[in-house]
Every structure is written in structure tokens, then in C-alpha cells.
Design a protein around this ligand. Sequence first.
Ligand code: K7E
Ligand code: CUA
Length: 662
Amino acid sequence: MKKIPLKYIAVASVAALLGISGCKPKNAASAVSAGAAEKAYVAPGKYDEFYNFVSGGFSGQMSVYGLPSGRLLRVIPVFSVDPEKGYGYSEETKPMLNTSHGFVPWDDLHHTELSQTNGEIDGRWIFANGNNTPRIARLDLSTFRTSEIIEIPNSAGNHSSPFITENTEYVVAGTRFSVPPDNVNGDVPINTYKKNFKGTISFVSVDKTSGNMKIAFQLLCPGVNFDLSHAGKGPSHDWFFFSCYNSEQANTLLEVNASQKDKDFILAVNWKKAEEYLAQGKAKKQSVKYAHNVYDEKTHSATSTIETEVQVLDVKDFPDIAYFIPCPKSPHGCDVDPTGEYIVGSGKLAALIPVFSYTKLQAAIAAKDFIGNFGGIPVVKYESALYGEVKKPGLGPLHTEFDDKGNAYTSFFVSSEIVKWNIKDLKVLDRAPTYYSIGHLCIPGGDSRKPNAKYVIAYNKITKDRYLPTGPELSQSAQLFDISGDKMQLILDFPTIGEPHYAQAVSADLIKNKSVKIFKIEDNANPYVSKGEGETKVVRTGNRVDVNMTAIRSHLAPDNIEGIRMGDEVYFHVTNLEQDWDVPHGFAIKGSVNSELLVMPGETTTLKWIPDRVGMFPMYCTDFCSALHQEMSGYVRVSPAGSNTPISFSLGKNSDTTQLRQ
Ligand code: K7E
Ligand code: CUA
């Protein structure tokens, strides 16, 4: 008999106490039913039907899988440096990771959110949150690259992010950790939390055409932990809903002290009202410091600007902007159904799922049906906003996604399952075990007005015994379920990059045809571009040496460089002259304390190199680009400081004709 890990036994007994079916799913090995392989099979050479954009958690990256095959198509670096692609290592991309704390090479990416128009996924951009050093990134889905990163001031732990409004008017950032605001002295005793700590929610506007982000305004809220959020839809378009926990305002041992109250809150924010107050000039300007980093497709370079001001609305001064709705037991997920009428809260410690009604909430607000206030914000009576509760759905509900037939799918971390239930009658319809400890789940379009509900994908925290052992650390996983019928059917398991939290999926048709294949060399506006080998040069300016070079199958130009001296700072600006899809060239030089460069066709990328010794340094292309890729190499000669070896560079001058050798 297989050993059951201790943690499952513990969990199972808790579940048994609560009268809920056990948690280690039975028949784990044989749970895939007949016909599953066919459903997940995409023949070699055939395209997948969906793109799945999966957060990488502590990898700081986003990975792209094809569905239903589960094939990994790409890993996109967002908040973490990626030596494979030179992201964060090349001079052009370093500014993307600049913050008010300086260069930050890592973050914790939890949520991905596709841009929408009229509540439907439009395939233009995908947003991602940086949880540790609060940031939001925007990725362009024509290049699959990070185009912009904006830091969020007055914030710490940007978890409740980057959820968007129906027309991508705003992407939001709710702080997980309340902290003293940036413009006051933060050097205060930690146990003055209740007095000095504040929670901030930022509304970041997104330009309709360029996608450029700007912090439009921030809402100053009481000190709690904002966790997740979703925008209203249709009738509730003007509203945004944020779950929060730690309404106990504890500053230590949160697992106990922030689990005292029976109910925490969902904060309902009328962002249209907030916009009105902003337009009336009612917001306070506050001095802050935050980085705004933009990647320019023309220069193939990022710039980082430090911004210095935000506009803040203190919600307690504007009584009709925000209302608290009580929500049981440390809510995590906060999800709005496709109609915009139902708001689902998921208490991590709750054994039921509360479903709130937007209509009832509005009636309760109009009738001032409040039970008091919290931090100056009215608290609506629970029963007055409640549509109903899903009874005994499972244990530890986290997140909910929706299909197009009026059903909801909720993930249960503790009982390791997905539970399908009907929104109207709140009846449980089906449950499917996950292997194991599911966090988020995703249905293509499952948080939009138009779900494309062919699949639900589970993102699991634990894979113990599912794959071949790989030492102490095992991968996390995704599991694909067919939900086209009444019952969920598990059809595929695949390991993931990093720890997946939220993910989004979209029909490939919306993206694949506009995917950029090359960058046009004539449009390249990088100041160090060489648009042909005739433009290559090596220029000394004091101790700075700029090498404008090119790469084309199968040589670097120039490939012999002399006259570099100790004490020099050398910048290799490599332009890839290819104008063919998928022909990158790489660049590396011996002893470089940097990653390689990976240069796409038509692009210029720069490696900074400070030689540390006198001698001969081979350089070469790192991407196997042609039959003569191994020949794609060259030498850089480094002479002592003060040497009189002149700068020289050449291509094709072989040893017998070399004049510079001394
Ligand atoms: Cu993992 Cu959205 Cu950070 Cu839930 S969160 S699992
Ligand atoms: Cu270019 Cu290998």
C-alpha cells in the first residue's frame, strides 16, 4: 500500500470532522479516464487551440503553454532577470528592472490578466503583478515581451493586482501589507499598526492606444491586508471589489491574530465616483518616488523615469466611494460572474461560499442598511448584500472562475478539489480531485463577460508522487479538465515553471496572426545600430569603447578587435542583420560577468564588458543558427593599461595579411 503523506492524514481528519469527504483523492494513479489522451493530443506540427498565460510565482516570470497539449511555448521574463534571453543583463533591458530601490533583479509574480474591451478579451496586452517590490507590468502580445513596468508607491506586497476594468480603463493594485504611507516617517514602533499603518489601492490608467500606464489616483484605506479583486461587469461596471483580511489589524502572528473575527471584508469601490472627485480637484497631491519603465520598440531600449507625485483620495473623507461587505473567514478570492450581478467571496478558513448580489448591495447602500463603520467606511449588513451561501462545498475555498452556462468552479486548497456549482440555485453539481492542493484555477475568459468554457485548468502547489522524484524540490503542476460535459474530466497533467498562481487562457486565433516575426532593420532607431557591415566600427572615447557590430549567418563583424586596454569599459552593440523569422544570434565573451545577449532579427542589443586581465578573449554566437554556427566567433585582444596598441578592427583579414600584430 502506498504511504499517505502525513499532511494529508492531518487534513483528512479535519475534513472528516467537518463532515467533508477526505482530501487525498482516491485512485490518484488511475484517475484519468479513457479517451483523455485523445482530448489532450495535439499532433506534432499542429497548433494548440488556446494560449495559456501562467504566472510563475517566485520565478518572477510568466510562462506560455499551449492547450490542450500542455506544451511549454515560451517563458517571458517580466520581473526577474533571465540570462537565457539577456533580459535584465543587456544595457537595453536593465532599466526595465529599475525601481525607487534601485535595480531589482527579481520579484514574485502571482496574477496575469488579459486586456479586455467591453468585458471581452481583446488579445492586446497581458498584465502581471510584482508582489514583493510593488509593481505592475504590461506585456505586449504581438512580441510576447514586457513593454512597461510601473512601480506602486504607498504600497507593500502588490497582491491584489493586476485586475482590470471591462474596457481596461484601469488596472488596479491593492496593497497586501499595510504600511505607513511613503510621505510620513515610517520609523515607528510596529505595534502602532492600528494608528500608523494604511492600506492603499491604486488605480492605474491604461492608454487605449499605446497601453501606457499612469497612476491615476490612489485610495487611502484603513490598515488591512488587501488580497484579491475583480472589477464589476455590465450593471456593476462602475464598481471594483477587493477582498481583505486582517481586519483585526494584527501586526504579529497573523495566522492566529488575523483569524480572530468571524468575518473580514470585501471592499466595494465605486471608481466612477472616485473619478468624479478627482476631476473636481478633491484629491491631495502627495510627494512620492516610484519608477516608471518603458520599453521602446523603435530603439529596442528601455528607459526608466522616477516619478514624484500621486493623487490620493482618503476614502473616509468621501463617504460614497467605498463600502465594506462582511465576508466570512479571511477571504482570498473575490470573483465576479459574467453577468456582473454576483460577487463570490472565498474565505480561506470557511466551509461555505458566500455569494453577494450587486442589486442587493445597491439597495442596502441606498437604504443605509449599515451595521457600523470600519476605519470610517460604512459596513453594509451581511444579510442585506448576500444573495446566498453555497453550503458544504468543500474546505478552504480560494478562487472561482465561471463558464458560459451559469456555473461557477471554485478551487479548494485544503480538500484538494475543484467544485462546480450553479450560481442561481447555489447547488453543488460536481467535484473533481486535484493532485494536490490547488491554488488558482482558470477557464479561458473565465473572469470576463464571455467565458470560452471548454476547459478548466487547476494550478497545484504540490506534486508529491505525481512525477519522477527530482531531489528535495518538486515542480508544481497544472491539470487540464474537459468541462464541455456535465462532469469535469481530467485529461492532462503537466509540470509548470515556478509556482503558478493565477493564469489566463485565450483562443489562439485572437493572438497568433498578429505575432511579430522580425523587427525591420530600417526601422531600428537604436543609437548604436549598424544597418550593414559597412557601418560597423570601434570607437574609443576616453576609457569607454563602443563596438558597433553585426551578426549574420555565420559571422560577427568585426571578428578581430584590438586596442582594448585594461581599465576600459567595453560596450558590444550587436545588431542582428537577419530579416528572417526565428533566426536569433547570441553573443558572449570569455570572462564576462554578465549573461549572453540574444538578439532578434533587426534588433540591436548591448553587452557591457570590463576586461579583468590582459590577453586574448574569444567571443562567439551562442545560438545554433546555421551549419557553420561554431565558426561564428572572433577574438578581442586586451593590452595593458597605457599600452599603445591602437584600436583596430577587421573582418576577413587573415593572419598572413595582418599588419597590426606587434
Ligand atoms: Cu496564490 Cu492569487 Cu497570490 Cu491564491 S494567490 S493561490
Ligand atoms: Cu549565429 Cu550561431
